[in-house]
Design a protein around this ligand. Structure first.
Ligand SMILES: CSC[C@H]1O[C@H](OP(=O)(O)O)[C@H](O)[C@@H]1O
Length: 355
């Protein structure tokens, strides 16, 4: 088993414990979530963030919510389950993992209709644990499939945080870097700071330094020059939702890196588990993009204003990268190249139906 150095979420007795990622890198703060609204708030405020981790948190929050509910009998339990699912689903709209995980939890309730609540909760806890352990396995598998894409001495670029903090502990794009490092390859990572919430500056650098991987922090607007100077050998990013044709949503700024990489003939890879696939969507045009609080842009991480009051703000949390810009998508089932539509279906079948 590869080393997992960070545990972003876990059960602590009867409640959920999370790393509050908004406090990193200054403080490593663990916070207890004792009810469903604290899980919802943690996802909304990005205390817990990253597509796979949002799904894991939703599954655990679902268990917490039904356990604390006063409803004990049927059909009330099924109605309550669906209400909990709708509530948690309202936290953020883009990462399909949230809806995929909640769909699994509701299906467990439907499959055990009439069951005693105590036993039902055991089945639900088992499902939430499975979602977590599957993510651990998928992240390791993706890092193994992608190992052939990283050569000794490579300089790699990434955006946002697609690491252990965004998943069950090992990461998607960063899991590739961890694996390369574990195999003794000498790599250098350039991390885009990722305005406005600075997941790259705060979280990716924290993870990579913790794992003794050479990391250089850059402003988002410096990536083009690094590529022009021939300093980047490949780009690896995560994803929040991948449509059937391979278009995918990821942190805002990913699309510009894809265009730059394409222009500079630099391989561009998207690393994401099948829980991030939404094959019910034909293309990226159908992926909902979260619009966030303007204050994230008009202040420097909410600490001090950096724009005059009254300025209009455009603050989408994600953008869409068309499949044409992608060299390969890496899932737990392997390296998927063009034509993505056919190859995603071949490898992942009818996965990720409408949620
Ligand atoms: C492992 S993919 C994580 C994915 O989620 C991030 O978004 P956010 O920090 O807003 O949750 C970003 O898109 C990452 O690539």
């Amino acid at each position: 088993m590869k080393n997992i150095f960070v545990n972003p979420i876990f059960w602590e007795g009867d409640h959920i414990c999370i790393i509050d990622q908004t406090k990193l890198p200054v403080e490593l703060v663990y916070e207890g979530c004792r009810d469903i609204s604290s899980v919802w708030r943690a996802v909304k405020k990005l205390k817990v963030r990253g597509a796979p981790l949002i799904g894991i948190a939703a599954a655990m929050g679902f268990v917490l919510g039904l356990r604390r509910s006063k409803v004990k009998t049927w059909p009330g339990l099924l109605q309550e389950a669906r209400k909990i699912s709708r509530y948690l689903a309202s936290a953020r709209p883009t990462a399909v993992n949230l809806f995929w995980a909640l769909g699994r939890m509701v299906r467990v309730v439907e499959a055990h209709e009439g069951e005693d609540k105590k036993r039902l909760l055991l089945f639900l806890k088992k499902e939430a644990d499975a979602i977590l352990s599957e993510d651990i396995r998928m992240c390791f598998q993706m890092s193994r499939h992608a190992a052939c894409l990283v050569k000794n001495g490579d300089s790699l670029l990434t955006v946002c945080n697609a690491g252990g903090l965004a998943t069950s502990g090992y990461g998607t794009a960063l899991g590739v870097f961890y694996r390369a490092h574990e195999e003794g390859k000498s790599i250098k990572v350039y991390a885009c700071e990722t305005r406005p919430l600075l997941q790259g500056a705060r979280l990716t650098t924290w993870e990579l330094l913790h794992n003794k991987i050479d990391v250089t922090l850059i402003c988002d607007n410096m990536a083009a020059d690094l590529m022009r100077l021939g300093r980047i050998d490949a780009v690896f990013v995560g994803a929040d939702r991948i449509a059937a044709n391979g278009d995918f949503a990821n942190k805002i700024g990913t699309y510009s890196l894809a265009v730059l990489a394409y222009y500079h003939k630099i391989p561009f890879y998207c690393v994401a588990p099948s829980s991030t696939l939404d094959l019910s969507l034909g293309s990226g045009k159908e992926i909902p993009i979260e619009q966030r609080d303007p204050l994230e842009v008009t202040s420097f991480y909410f600490k001090k204003p950096i724009a005059p009051t009254g300025v209009h703000v455009f603050n989408p949390a994600f953008d869409i990268t068309p499949a044409s810009f992608i060299s390969a998508i890496i899932t737990e089932k392997g390296l998927i190249r063009k034509p993505f539509g056919r190859n995603l279906r071949r490898l992942h079948g009818r996965l990720s139906q409408k949620h």
